[in-house]
Design a protein around this ligand. Structure first.
Ligand code: PLP
Length: 445
């Protein structure tokens, strides 16, 4: 088949990138936005509207990255633009009690039944950090269990085995190698971390038999969202709930990615699992920086002022503009919204699967509805971190996405992330994606 890909001009992006490198590390504010992922350097995005974005050279794309999932209402949603403009005219933030944070909290609690109370933070990382501190204070234990390949933000103790590595470095399943994700963290930080493979009931039963009595918490993403999109095996999360209860460790469900995405109450509602604490971010703020910890009063009230309180300060906690956006965003997320997100997303999944089938390319599309990922692999499914490290051709994925970028589809070339459907996406966007994928497959090495 003939190659139809044309390279759009990116000269302005390149000029900005040259400038950026003089002031910013690698020209960006997070490696996932820069040359580590985009081979020709970052594409500078200047404007977004609905499901579309425009780069510095005026090229238009359908955006399926949606700010790593933060933009559940797409770009510049008119209701949110109005909300922010009006709130800004009254003063952005007071660092004092406001009606805005109460209205946001009431809506949050209505949607997340496991949250008798909520505490807002500024990012998902702060939310998981706080959840761990609460769990430690509540149980009087220090250790916690995290799973291989799960990312919970950039707080020191979570930065173990969160990146993918060549299979030979992973160590045995029974005793995984402990691989720090960052320099600058003392090894002693990880003394309190127990690592286990995910999605394997037998293994977690064994690990919890051994360590359960000393664990403050088990933290898990309900759907693994930082190795693409890996679904929990049937009954896995429920079994984890039972096991954590038996050993007195709290179950922290990290819903920073999945929260307000799969169902009004996130994956805890979708899969029917009731965590002790859950953490949120991304879609909660519809593009504004926010995180949240929800849970029972018996745990959250440990932050009450006094001796032995759990400290959580922050000038920008409950930021007034953000709280206004949270309330307006949550008001728009009705049962119908989720039907539509699933309908549009499932049609994208089906369309992409059909493209790979037609081209006889060994690739699977995993996930459903509002979030999914493509894996170039011989396997029928990618079920855990080790599958991802062993069987996924992330280079080929990057090559594929770079071709899509030439065809007006915006997505990160990092296979560890995932495709996002927002309320702004339509079946016409899906049709354009499927057509672009069809072209991108032609001549894929
Ligand atoms: C599951 C999960 N938890 C926590 C975080 C951290 O959130 P933030 O980037 O807002 O700090 C992320 C970020 O991608 C995440 O995917």
């Amino acid at each position: 088949m003939t190659q139809t890909i044309k390279t759009p001009s990116r000269s302005r992006s390149q000029q900005w990138f040259e400038r950026a490198r003089r002031s910013l590390v690698e020209g960006v504010n997070s490696p996932s936005r820069g040359a580590a992922v985009y081979t020709a350097g970052p594409i500078l995005l200047e404007r977004g509207q609905g499901s579309h974005v425009w780069d510095a050279d005026g090229n238009e794309y359908i955006d399926f990255m949606m700010s790593f999932g933060a933009l559940i209402q797409g770009h510049a949603h008119p209701t949110l633009v109005k909300t922010v403009s009006e709130a800004m005219a009254e003063g952005s933030h007071f660092a004092a009690a406001t009606s805005a944070e109460i209205e946001a909290a009431e809506r949050f609690r209505r949607m997340v039944p496991s949250a008798e109370a909520v505490r807002f933070t500024n990012t998902g990382s702060e939310a998981t950090m706080l959840a761990l501190r609460l769990a430690r204070a509540h149980t009087g234990r220090h250790k916690f269990l995290k799973f291989e390949g799960h990312y919970h933000g950039w707080y020191d103790p979570f930065l173990l085995n969160a990146h993918s590595h060549p299979p030979e470095q992973l160590g045995p399943v029974e005793n995984p190698a402990r691989i720090p994700d960052s320099a600058g963290i003392p090894n002693s930080t990880f003394d309190d971390v127990v690592i286990a493979p995910w999605n394997d009931v037998k293994t977690v039963e064994r690990v919890l038999r051994q360590h359960g009595h000393e664990l403050a918490a088990v933290i898990t993403e309900p759907i693994m969202a930082n190795m693409g999109c890996i679904l929990p095996r049937h009954g896995y999360l429920q079994r984890l709930r039972e096991l954590t209860r038996e050993c007195g460790a709290l179950l922290i469900l990290d819903e920073v990615v999945t929260g307000f995405r799969y169902a009004p109450g996130g994956c805890q509602e979708y899969y029917g699992v009731s965590p002790d604490l859950s953490t949120f971010g991304k879609a909660l703020g519809a593009g504004f920086p926010v995180g949240a910890v929800g849970g029972p009063r018996s745990i959250l009230d440990r932050m009450q002022w006094g001796e032995n309180m759990v400290l959580h300060y922050g000038t920008f906690n409950g930021h007034r503009l953000t709280m206004k956006v949270v309330a307006a965003n949550l008001d728009m997320l009705t049962a119908n919204t989720y039907l539509e997100l699933h309908r549009v997303g499932n049609s994208a999944v089906a369309g992409l699967r059909e493209v790979f089938r037609r081209h006889e390319i060994k690739a699977i599309v995993q996930g459903f509805g509002p979030m999914f990922q493509i894996y170039f692999t011989d396997r029928e499914a990618i079920c855990d971190y080790r599958d991802y490290c062993k069987y996924v051709d992330a280079q080929r994925y990057s090559q594929f996405v770079h071709r899509l970028l030439e065809l007006g589809v915006y997505m990160t070339p990092s296979n560890g992330l995932h495709w996002i459907i927002s309320t702004a996406h339509t079946l016409a966007d899906v049709a354009a994606l499927v057509e672009a994928a069809d072209q991108a497959c032609s001549g894929l090495a």
